[in-house]
Design a protein around this ligand. Structure first.
Ligand code: HEC
Ligand code: HEC
Ligand code: HEC
Ligand code: HEC
Ligand code: HEC
Length: 195
């Protein structure tokens, strides 16, 4: 009887541990991995990429000019457009007419966010965007060689044009950088990426 019970427990524990492993792989591991990347910060204005890329039809480089040409990549102002560039349109686009398919906000919310942009401009105040991606200071990275090698933005940033808020979708840690360099016969000496 006791022996049978023990056998039952052992047999029962096999699917039990398989289940635990399955739970770990499907639920726990992705979170552990995801936590090594930065969680999406709360931005001062709910800027919606899909509205500007898909509905308005802007190219990434219309706003992120220095990203394609190299530029100083360290500072936020290098890659993110300043308010003046937003006002290129938002002096005229002052009221929201959203409601069309593809827009994620209702018009009241969109209006409130557009008002924030216009107020920042009236007060000659910069918008303090929070960084989504940030490499440590000892790492050297510039966009230019990557764009010139033929990679598009989505290779590293995913399909930004169809999301509301940008999140980091690729680890871009040392293993990731070196792995791609190796696969493409690019330099892998330490000094390539470290100052
Ligand atoms: C109308 C201007 C505009 C256009 C067009 C635009 N962006 Fe942006 N982008 C911004 C602004 C403003 C931010 C800062 C707010 C944020 O992080 O969402 C930003 C943030 C980002 C970030 C995160 C930067 C960080 O903090 O790490 C990435 C990556 C990015 N954009 C990629 C793209 C790509 C790829 C495209 C084209 C598919 C694109 N953007 C088109 C204005 C624009
Ligand atoms: C080429 C023109 C253009 C530029 C440049 C531009 N926008 Fe817009 N933006 C629009 C249009 C058109 C809409 C849709 C307006 C509506 O709601 O009907 C819009 C909508 C918005 C909204 C409301 C979001 C929503 O869901 O409708 C915000 C917030 C916004 N823009 C912020 C910005 C910021 C910040 C910048 C500068 C980084 C910027 N825009 C640059 C044309 C532009
Ligand atoms: C090979 C991978 C890769 C590609 C391709 C790439 N990026 Fe990036 N991007 C990064 C990394 C890594 C960072 C973080 C840089 C840092 O923290 O110094 C970054 C940061 C950014 C930022 C934040 C501000 C800045 O200048 O650092 C923006 C905006 C951005 N990328 C937009 C783009 C756009 C637009 C494209 C396409 C024209 C693009 N990226 C293509 C890897 C890439
Ligand atoms: C998708 C593939 C890919 C990823 C991811 C990638 N790189 Fe690169 N990188 C390349 C290729 C290919 C080149 C070589 C381009 C050339 O030969 O001009 C390059 C060139 C460079 C260069 C210039 C090297 C020189 O010629 O002096 C630096 C610096 C660099 N990468 C740093 C990084 C860092 C740091 C990361 C991670 C944050 C990274 N790269 C991620 C593919 C990638
Ligand atoms: C293709 C780019 C690239 C090359 C080549 C590279 N690294 Fe890195 N390294 C990175 C990036 C990106 C980080 C920051 C992200 C991370 O910690 O993974 C980093 C981080 C580090 C760190 C800090 C780790 C920590 O925990 O803070 C050390 C130490 C380091 N690298 C040493 C080296 C040495 C030694 C070599 C040469 C054998 C080398 N790296 C080659 C991209 C590179």
């Amino acid at each position: 009887m006791g022996l049978n019970l023990r056998r039952v427990l052992i047999v029962a524990s096999i699917p039990g541990s398989l289940f635990a492993i399955a739970i770990f792989i499907t639920l726990v591991a992705p979170r552990l991995l995801a936590n090594t990347w930065h969680p999406a910060p709360k931005e001062p204005i709910a800027f919606d990429h899909s509205v500007h890329v898909q509905q308005v039809g802007l190219d990434c480089t219309f706003c992120h000019r220095n990203t394609a040409t190299g530029g100083a990549i360290g500072g936020m102002t290098a890659g993110i457009p300043d308010v003046q560039q937003c006002m290129f349109c938002h002096s005229a686009v002052a009221t929201s007419s959203v409601g069309a398919p593809g827009f994620k906000m209702d018009s009241a919310q969109a209006q409130a966010e557009i008002d924030k942009v216009r107020h920042a401009w009236q007060q000659q105040r910069a918008i303090d965007w929070e960084r989504v991606h940030r490499l440590p200071d000892h790492v050297r990275f510039t966009h230019e060689p990557h764009i010139q090698a033929g990679f598009d933005c989505a290779t590293c940033h995913g399909d930004v044009g169809s999301v509301g808020q940008v999140v980091q979708v690729r680890s871009l840690n040392m293993g990731d950088c070196v792995g791609c360099h190796r696969a493409n016969a690019a330099l892998t000496e330490c000094a390539t990426c470290h100052k």
